[in-house]
Each structure stands twice: as structure tokens, then as C-alpha cells.
Design a binder for this molecule. Structure first.
Ligand code: DGY
Length: 325
């Protein structure tokens, strides 16, 4: 009997995931370590039973048409699934999985790092010596920022990662954690002491505003000029979810005109952000190249979980970690 066919869109997926697939499937892998060009994706997916993809691959109707009616499962090696047309998958009865949980700690740690780095002006401080700006040995107000102790944190999107961020912030002695989420109340967060408030109130009250929400119709450009104008002028904004939840021109203006004090982004539009993009000219922003889950152990777990989802469906079993449809 012939083995089921799987197409993998990148060769630099951790080998453990590929090895798992190879035990039971015929695996075809795109050969360049870069986001797969559209024509190669359309060609590669043809006749496959399963598609193993990354967040850099747009999986829409045309890709599914190209694959053919035998396509049973799409597994993305990411938590986010906004690059997949879920309604189309639902209409075609194609199972879709993501990789939740296994990168939660990595992303939460990076989020807390950005809060501290931006709040305490760590990049400015580190650059000060290299730029020859350290003139006097110590100055009372030079490079002063704001730490987490006694601050109000506003978390927008209190899912697993939002909760993991909160858990890490509590030992810093934060004053309170406010949260806004389309689905509330969220009991585990409230059990830790988080208080649900409307979005506007969260913006007005918070010293640190953290975007932790999925990108969806409801959250697209949620952080726009209106939102930034409602934040404190001393507020720090951090986004480690998806670039699309922020109206970037509005963020640029808000940072340039002192509507908010600083921002830290691990996600942006486009990715990669061009080196000469206007955001890179601002002194009060820290930009990271989408490294939230960039720990080898996390990436290996993501790779194997995506493979397990495919194998499960091909074996006639349910997905291990289904995307909610
Ligand atoms: C995800 O898993 O969606 C992350 O953005 C990748 O680090």
C-alpha cells in the first residue's frame, strides 16, 4: 500500500519533526531555507494528503485547489494561524492544527524581557557607552525609566501566553493587572488577581500595555491612533503577538510625538522590516526580528507537534492540537 504524501514548505524545520513524518509518510520538502515562493507552494502541494507549513506561508483557497480533494490536514508549526483561511478549510473539511503550549514559556519570557528593556531604557543605556555619551560618572536623572514594581499592567488577550506573562510579572510586585479579552471572564487569570476592564479603561490606567491577542477581524489594527491617544504619555507598549494588531503609522506618530513613551515590538509589518523603515529611526522603540519562540527546545517541540498532528489525522484519529473552527 502506498504511503500518504506530505509536503513540507521549509528544509530547515527541526529534523525531529521530519523524521517522525518519514516513519509513515512519503515526505517532499521544499529545498530552499526561505519562505517558499507562491509558485513552488502551488506546485509542491499538488496531490498531497497533508501540508506542513509555517507562519510565512499564505494558505488560501488557491493552495487548497492546487492540492486537490485528497488534502486532509494542514499543520502549521506556529501558534498563530492567521495565515490560513480557516473558513475555507472548514468548508472543505480539512483539519487544521497549530502548536500551542510548547512555546508559551519562551514567548512569555521574551515579553517580560521587552517590558523591562523598554521600561528601564536598557538599549539606550547599553548604547550610551558605545556612542561616547557617558560623560559624567553618575547623573541623578540620566537614563531614568520605569520598572515593573508598583506599576499597572494591561494585558490585551488573556490566553495561555497572556496568563504566562501575568504569572511572571506578579513576583515583580506589580500594583495590578488589568485585562481585556473578547472572551471573558477568564478564570485562571482572575484567580491570579487579574481584573477585567473595557479596552479604553485598560489603555487609560496602564503603565505597560501588552498586546497578546490573536490577529483576527476584531483585533486588526486595534492599537491605532485613538488607542495610543488614550494611553498615558509615560506608557510603554509591547507587542509579541502579530504585527497586524497595530496600525504602525499611528504607532510611529505616537512615539515621535510623545503620546506614549516607548514601545517594544517582536512582530511587525512587513517581516522582515526593511532596515531603513521609519520605525528604525525612532530612539524610543526596540525592534526584534520575531524571536518570541526562538529557543531550540521550543522549536523542536513545535516541529514534532506539527508532525504528530499530521500523523494522527492520517491515522484516522483526531488532531492533537486543533485550531478552533
Ligand atoms: C507563533 O508560534 O505563532 C510565533 O509567532 C512564532 O514564534
Amino acid at each position: 500500500m502506498s504511503k500518504p504524501k506530505v509536503f513540507v514548505t521549509r528544509p530547515d524545520v527541526p529534523q525531529a519533526g521530519i523524521d517522525l513524518l518519514k516513519e509513515k509518510c512519503d515526505v517532499e520538502i521544499y529545498d530552499q531555507p526561505m519562505p517558499i515562493p507562491r509558485d513552488a507552494l502551488i506546485k509542491g502541494v499538488q496531490g498531497k494528503d497533508a501540508l506542513y507549513c509555517l507562519l510565512t506561508d499564505k494558505i488560501d483557497k488557491d493552495v487548497m485547489d492546487a492540492a486537490g480533494p485528497q488534502l486532509k490536514v494542514i499543520a502549521t508549526m506556529s501558534v498563530g494561524f492567521d495565515h490560513i483561511d480557516i473558513n475555507e478549510c472548514k468548508a472543505r473539511n480539512i483539519a487544521v492544527s497549530n502548536t500551542p503550549d510548547v512555546s508559551t514559556d519562551s514567548v512569555a519570557e521574551l515579553t517580560v524581557t521587552l517590558l523591562l528593556v523598554c521600561g528601564r531604557r536598557i538599549m539606550d543605556s547599553a548604547n550610551a557607552i558605545k556612542n561616547g555619551e557617558w560623560i559624567y560618572s553618575w547623573s541623578p536623572l540620566w537614563l531614568c525609566g520605569r520598572g515593573l514594581t508598583n506599576s499597572t499592567i494591561g494585558i490585551v488577550g488573556m490566553g495561555r501566553i497572556g496568563q504566562a506573562v501575568m504569572k511572571r510579572l506578579l513576583p515583580f510586585g506589580v500594583k495590578k493587572v488589568l485585562y481585556y479579552d473578547l472572551f471573558h471572564p477568564i478564570k485562571p487569570a482572575e484567580d491570579m488577581g487579574a481584573q477585567y476592564v473595557e479596552f479604553e479603561e485598560l489603555l487609560k490606567e496602564s503603565d505597560f500595555v501588552v498586546a497578546m491577542c490573536n490577529l483576527s477581524e476584531q483585533t486588526k489594527e486595534l492599537f491605532n491612533a485613538k488607542a495610543f491617544s488614550q494611553m498615558k504619555p509615560t506608557a510603554v507598549f509591547v507587542n509579541t503577538s502579530r504585527g497586524g494588531v497595530v496600525q504602525q503609522d499611528d504607532l510611529y506618530e505616537a512615539l515621535k510625538n510623545g503620546k506614549i513613551r516607548a514601545a517594544g515590538l517582536d512582530v511587525m509589518i512587513p517581516e522582515p522590516l526593511p532596515r531603513d523603515h521609519k520605525l528604525t529611526t525612532l530612539p524610543n522603540i526596540v525592534l526584534l526580528p520575531h524571536v518570541g519562540s526562538a529557543e531550540e527546545a521550543a522549536r523542536i517541540e513545535m516541529a514534532t507537534l506539527a508532525a504528530k498532528n499530521i500523523l494522527s489525522v492520517l491515522d484516522g484519529k483526531p488532531l492533537v492540537t486543533p485550531v478552533p473552527m
